[in-house]
Design a protein around this ligand. Structure first.
Ligand code: MLT
Length: 410
């Protein structure tokens, strides 16, 4: 009989968001008249910027014409997009990244999981706690952990707590680790990492021959000019870091799918025989073997994000969600809640009221106010007693959600 990957049997229940979806679907079935507002999964609601859809329409027309039709594109992405990314996301911020270090893909969720293919099973992995669950679950699937305890913490993973007590700043690992995931602006807490914090992690990585996985999917939401947008703004980061970026939250591409990963040419890790291996070549091998590139139409849409017409449209989209976050923060504070994040990120991280657990508050909010958020404990043990609200929704829904929470807590 065929054997399964036993590591999958160590995974806790379902992936967080489908699990929430199941609970909400059950509630909706039992309460068909409830007007449910969803501030759970961070999924965009506003349409794509017109510059992007115009570019996609034009690309569709090209595909309809024999002279301009295209089949397979380069697996790593078309040069027109890679050049725009290198120039506008990095060189303009004095971060040294060249176009051929950029691998265009269909999502950062996939990339942060897939990157593990090129790393050995014996690596010790550190994650913040709470954390985007994909980092943990993909390491469980790959066999880099033992089993989980009752709080959901897996043996052999190193957890770096980020809570109000440490101002949501992770300490450096006390032990030697090989791979460290950092997500800034942070999902789920909506907090940011300063230049000093990132510098400390780069220095740790250099001293310990570790690699940083820097997920910057939310960098476009940074409003504070002192906060780095890219790990490559930190001196020395090219030697130790891989960065993940996405068009999902920047330009509303969650359904359209486009993202990219940066693997600098100088980045190396060790082979079993002790020799140094360049990760750029390894990732290129993996990417071109298992992936056939993002569609031409979508890459043209992504390119338009960087155009003269696209840039202000994308800015307006981000500002819209940031204003939603500000409305949530103000409204929740007025309701007496302790609130974090929401200034440089589209997520608001609140302390549950009255000592409720995260799931108790989830059920309370759903049953009494017909609002959906995400229980903090779903992101890790240190998220217990916290709750995440996403700013991705219409203005009317966000304002209505604030009113309902204020009524609930009054
Ligand atoms: C979230 O809600 O945390 C996001 O939707 C995650 C993602 O982008 O996959």
């Amino acid at each position: 009989m065929a054997l399964v990957n036993d590591n999958y049997l160590k995974l806790k229940a379902g992936y967080l968001f489908p699990e929430i979806g199941r609970r909400v679907a059950k509630f909706a079935e039992e309460n068909p008249h409830a007007k449910i507002i969803r501030l759970g999964i961070g999924d965009v609601t506003e349409p794509l910027p017109p510059a992007c859809t115009d570019a996609m329409h034009k690309a569709v027309d090209e595909m309809a014409n024999r002279a301009t039709f295209r089949g397979y594109g380069p697996e790593q992405g078309f040069d027109f997009l890679r050049n725009a990314i290198a120039q506008q996301d990095f060189v303009s911020r004095k971060a040294d990244v060249s176009a051929d270090e950029i691998f265009v893909s269909d999502g950062s969720k996939c990339d942060t999981g897939n990157i593990l293919d090129i790393f050995g099973a014996g690596n010790v992995v550190a994650v913040t706690d709470p954390v985007y669950p994909v980092y943990v679950d993909t390491n469980v699937m790959a066999g880099r952990t033992g089993v989980a305890d009752d709080t959901g913490r897996y043996e052999r993973l190193v957890y770096l707590p980020v809570t109000a007590e440490n101002n949501f700043t992770p300490s450096l690992p006390q032990e030697k680790v090989d791979l460290i995931y950092l997500c800034y602006p942070n999902n789920p807490t909506g907090t940011v990492a300063t230049q000093e914090t990132l510098k400390a992690f780069v220095n740790y990585a250099k001293a310990n021959d570790a690699i940083l996985f820097f997920d910057a999917a939310y960098e476009a939401y940074i409003t504070d000019p002192a906060i780095p947008h890219s790990i490559y703004e930190i001196a020395g980061a090219r030697d130790v870091a891989i960065e993940f970026r996405s068009f999902s939250k920047t330009a509303g591409f969650t359904g359209t799918r486009c993202a990219y990963t940066v693997v600098p040419k100088e980045l190396t890790a060790r082979a079993g025989d002790g020799s140094k291996v360049e990760l750029h070549g390894l990732w290129n091998r993996r990417h071109s073997t298992k992936f056939n590139g993002v569609s031409y139409i979508i890459q043209r849409g992504a390119e338009a994000v960087y155009s003269d017409t696209g840039r202000p449209q994308v800015r307006a989209l981000i500002d819209f969600y940031l204003e939603n976050a500000a409305i949530l923060c103000r409204g929740l504070r007025d309701a007496g809640l302790i609130v974090h994040g929401g200034v440089n990120a589209p997520y608001v991280w609140l302390k549950t009221p009255g000592g409720m657990t995260s799931w108790q508050f989830f059920d309370h909010l759903l049953s009494k106010s017909h609002l959906v958020g995400t229980p903090g404990s779903g992101f890790g043990a240190a998220g217990e007693g916290y709750f995440r609200l996403s700013a991705f929704n219409s203005r009317a829904h966000v304002e209505e959600a604030v009113c309902r929470i204020q009524q609930l807590l009054s």
